[in-house]
Design a protein around this ligand. Structure first.
Ligand SMILES: Nc1ncnc2c1ncn2[C@@H]1O[C@H](COP(=O)(O)OP(=O)(O)O)[C@@H](O)[C@H]1O
Ligand SMILES: [Mg+2]
Length: 236
């Protein structure tokens, strides 16, 4: 069974007299272990789709199933728990809490998840080592480079041992080389079994994945497997 099944998802925004079809009916399925890019011009509905996939927003219509759970049937409380246990979100702007150390930022979702202090401390330290930040656990976000902050955010996304990692323009705020390093990390996580969906408008980023879904005006206009010979898995 696919990890994600989306059937005819729509999202309408009413702006005065006008209705914006942010999603105009999109259907697709994403199998376990897929590594998929969503591309398309600004305003084409990429973030709207990601927020719905991540349970941060709800569709106006359509049906979304993740890991066998019909998202539309869940209560807000159940959805919050499901999100914490199933989905890791990575944002363009990292979204770390500035007063907390790297370690504390990674521990935070585990506090909400009810993981006991000793275990969450050990798990956070392990995750930071895994993303190459074992030496920086006590640093606050302002004491870290952009690439390092995004690594902390990825470690935080992994804290709930998610089946699915969603990343909305994760390299958008990084210089090219740092972006390639972060992509290498996603590639490694995918080889280790994670299902990953990345929004990007950078075709090089898309080319590092297995599959590209292209959006325009709230529609999917193409959905193709990428040529593997074009992939550049940076080593980290
Ligand atoms: N909260 C909102 N209220 C009204 N319109 C919105 C809102 N969020 C997004 N939109 C509109 O929906 C469309 C898709 O936006 P978005 O999903 O952010 O696109 P992308 O991420 O591809 O740039 C755009 O026309 C945008 O202006
Ligand atoms: Mg966007």
């Amino acid at each position: 069974m696919a990890l994600i099944e989306a059937i005819n998802l729509t999202k309408l925004y009413r702006m005065g007299d006008e209705t914006v079809h942010a999603l105009a009916g999109v259907s697709f399925s994403i199998p376990q272990r897929d590594y998929c890019a969503i591309v398309g011009p600004s305003g084409s509905g990429k973030s709207t789709l990601m927020n719905i996939l991540g349970g941060l927003d709800t569709p106006t219509n359509g049906r979304l199933t993740i890991a066998g759970n019909d998202i539309g049937e869940m209560s807000d409380d159940d959805l919050a728990v499901f999100r914490n246990q199933t989905i890791g979100f990575v944002f363009q702007s990292f979204n770390l809490l500035p007063r907390l150390t790297a370690l504390e930022n990674v521990e935070l979702p585990m506090i909400y998840g009810g993981v006991l202090p000793k275990e969450r401390h050990e798990r956070a330290a392990h995750l930071l080592q895994r993303v190459g930040l074992g030496e920086r656990m006590g640093h606050k976000p302002t004491q870290l480079s952009g690439g390092q902050q995004q690594r902390v955010a990825i470690a935080r996304a992994l804290a709930g041992q998610p089946k699915l990692i969603l990343a909305d323009e994760p390299t958008g705020a990084l210089d090219t080389n740092t972006g390639i390093e972060i992509l290498g990390l996603f590639g490694q996580l995918n080889r280790e079994g994670a299902t990953i969906v990345i929004v990007t408008h950078d075709h090089e980023v898309a080319g590092a994945t297995n599959r590209t879904i292209e959006m325009r005006d709230g529609h999917i206009v193409s959905d193709e497997l990428n040529d593997r010979s074009a992939r550049h898995d940076a080593n980290v």
